[in-house]
Ligand binder design. Structure first.
Ligand SMILES: Cc1cc2nc3c(=O)[nH]c(=O)nc-3n(C[C@H](O)[C@H](O)[C@H](O)COP(=O)(O)OP(=O)(O)OC[C@H]3O[C@@H](n4cnc5c(N)ncnc54)[C@H](O)[C@@H]3O)c2cc1C
Length: 386
C-alpha cells in the first residue's frame, strides 16, 4: 500500500490546480480518481493508518453501473461480484417465518460486492497516480480568495486550490468549514453494530437471516468464507457516548440484547472478542448546501443517507462522479461547478433519505408488535422491499 508519511514528500508538479481530499473511503478514493483525471494534483489524507476494512457488501446498480463503467472498473467489480442471497426471516426457535428468494439481476445489471473488494479496486486505480497520506487529519481550514490554506494535525500547512471533504458521517471538513446552523444531523432513533467474522457455521452460505423483536433486529449475511453479523436497536433519544469508546458501545449493545435467544448469544460473543467492529447511530446528514467557498463535501460527509437506505456506498460513487462532471463543465469556475453539483443531485439524495425514513425503519427495524406484525404480513404477501 503506497502510503507516504509526510507532506514534505509531495513531489507536486509546479503548475496546475491542486486538491486536498479528506478521507479515503469510497467517496474519497473515487473523488481522487476523478480529480486526477481532470488534471488536478491530488493529495488524500486519511486519519486511519490504512484503508478501513469491514462492513456489509455494497449494492452496485443503476447509475453506479454507469459510473464504474466510465471509471473502467466495472469488469473488476463483476469479477468480484457475490452470488445473490435469499433472505429468511427467523423466529426465536430458528424456524423460518417468511422468505424472499435470491433474486438474479432482474431490472438491469445489479451486483453486490464486499466492501473491502471495492475499496481495493478503487485504491489500486489511484495509488500510483496521487499522494495518499495515512494517519493524518486536517485540523484547520482557511478559505481564501486564491485557495485554501490547510493545517494538519502534525502542525504542517499546505495550500490547495480546492478541498473536498470525504470524511464520512462525522466529517471534520464539514465541522471546520460550515457553521452549526448550516449542517443538521438527523437522528433516526436507533443504533447499529456491524462486524465481519471468519466463522461460517452460523448459517448457510448465500443466505441472509433476520430476527426481529420490537425495537431490536439481528442480521446475519452468510458467505463461503465469512459472515457479516449485525445488531440494531431503537432508542427514542440520542445517547451521549464517546464514539471512540468501544467498551461503552459494547455495554449499550449488551443492555439491549441481553437474554435474547436465536443466534444472538453467538453474535454477542463476537462483539466481545475484539474492538474491530463498526458501531454508529442511525442518522442522516441534511444540509442546505454542500459547498462553501472552495470547499465541497462528497458522500456521507455532505449527505449521509443512513444504512437503512442501503445505498451509502453507491451514493458516494455517484456523488464523486457528479462533482467531477460539474467541475468538467465549469472549468476554472468552482462556484458554478459546486452549484451545478448540488442542484443536480439534491433531489435524488432527498428522495433516498425520505424513503429510508418512511419505509426503511419499519421494514428492517419494527418499533413494536403492531409494526412487526405488519412487516411479517408484507413478507407473506410478497410486498416486502429490502
Ligand atoms: C469500516 C467501515 C465499515 C462500514 N460498514 C458499513 C456497513 O456495513 N453498512 C453501511 O450501510 N455502511 C457502512 N459504512 C459506511 C459506508 O461506508 C458509507 O455510508 C458509504 O460508503 C459512504 O462512504 P464515504 O466515503 O462517504 O464515508 P466513509 O465510508 O465513512 O469513509 C470516510 C473515511 O474518512 C476517514 N476520516 C474520518 N475522519 C477523518 C479525518 N478527520 N481526516 C481524514 N480522514 C478521516 C474515515 O476513516 C474513512 O476512511 C462503513 C464505513 C466504514 C468506514
Amino acid at each position: 500500500m503506497a502510503a507516504r508519511s509526510s507532506l514534505a514528500t509531495h513531489a507536486a508538479p509546479p503548475h496546475g490546480p491542486s486538491v486536498l481530499i479528506s478521507g479515503a473511503g469510497f467517496a474519497g478514493l473515487a473523488t481522487a480518481w476523478w480529480m486526477n483525471r481532470l488534471g488536478y494534483r491530488v493529495t488524500v489524507v486519511e486519519i486511519a493508518n490504512a484503508l478501513r476494512r469491514g462492513g456489509t457488501p455494497v449494492d452496485i446498480e443503476g447509475e453506479t453501473i454507469d459510473v464504474l463503467a466510465r471509471m473502467g472498473m466495472l469488469d473488476a467489480v463483476r469479477a468480484r461480484a457475490l452470488p445473490p442471497r435469499s433472505v429468511a426471516f427467523k423466529n426465536a426457535d430458528d424456524t423460518t417465518a417468511g422468505e424472499l428468494p435470491a433474486q438474479p439481476p432482474a431490472q438491469g445489471e445489479q451486483y453486490e460486492i464486499h466492501r473491502d473488494d471495492l475499496s481495493a479496486i478503487l485504491f489500486a486505480a489511484v495509488a500510483d497516480e496521487i499522494e495518499i497520506i495515512f494517519g493524518r487529519s486536517i485540523v484547520g481550514l482557511d478559505d481564501g480568495a486564491d485557495g485554501v490554506s490547510v493545517t494538519f494535525d502534525d502542525g504542517s500547512k499546505a495550500d490547495y486550490t480546492l478541498v473536498i471533504g470525504c470524511d464520512g458521517n462525522r466529517s471534520k471538513t464539514r465541522r471546520l468549514a460550515f457553521a452549526e446552523a448550516e449542517m443538521s444531523s438527523r437522528f433516526m432513533g436507533g443504533y447499529f453494530f456491524i462486524k465481519v467474522v471468519a466463522e461460517t457455521g452460523l448459517l448457510p452460505a448465500n443466505v441472509t437471516e433476520i430476527f426481529s423483536l420490537p425495537g431490536r433486529t439481528a442480521l446475519l449475511n452468510g458467505y463461503e468464507d465469512r459472515t457479516d453479523i449485525a445488531l440494531a436497536f431503537r432508542s427514542d433519544r440520542a445517547i451521549d457516548y464517546d464514539h471512540r469508546d468501544r467498551a461503552a458501545q459494547r455495554a449499550m449493545i449488551h443492555d439491549h440484547f441481553a437474554g435474547i435467544g436465536w443466534k444472538v448469544p453467538a453474535i454477542l460473543a463476537h462483539l466481545d472478542a475484539d474492538d474491530d467492529f463498526y458501531f454508529d447511530e442511525l442518522n442522516q446528514i441534511r444540509m442546505p448546501d454542500w459547498s462553501k467557498g472552495r470547499i465541497a463535501l462528497v458522500g456521507d460527509a455532505g449527505y449521509c443517507l443512513s444504512p437503512l437506505a442501503g445505498m451509502g456506498g453507491s451514493m458516494a460513487l455517484i456523488g464523486a462522479a457528479r462533482l467531477a462532471d460539474a467541475l468538467g463543465r465549469h472549468r476554472n469556475d468552482h462556484v458554478a461547478a459546486f452549484r451545478d453539483y448540488h442542484e443536480g443531485l439534491r433531489a435524488f439524495v432527498r428522495d433516498v433519505q425520505e424513503k429510508a425514513i418512511t419505509q426503511g425503519m419499519a421494514m428492517m427495524f419494527p418499533a413494536d408488535e403492531t409494526e412487526l406484525a405488519e412487516r411479517d404480513e408484507c413478507i407473506r404477501a410478497g410486498t416486502f422491499d429490502v
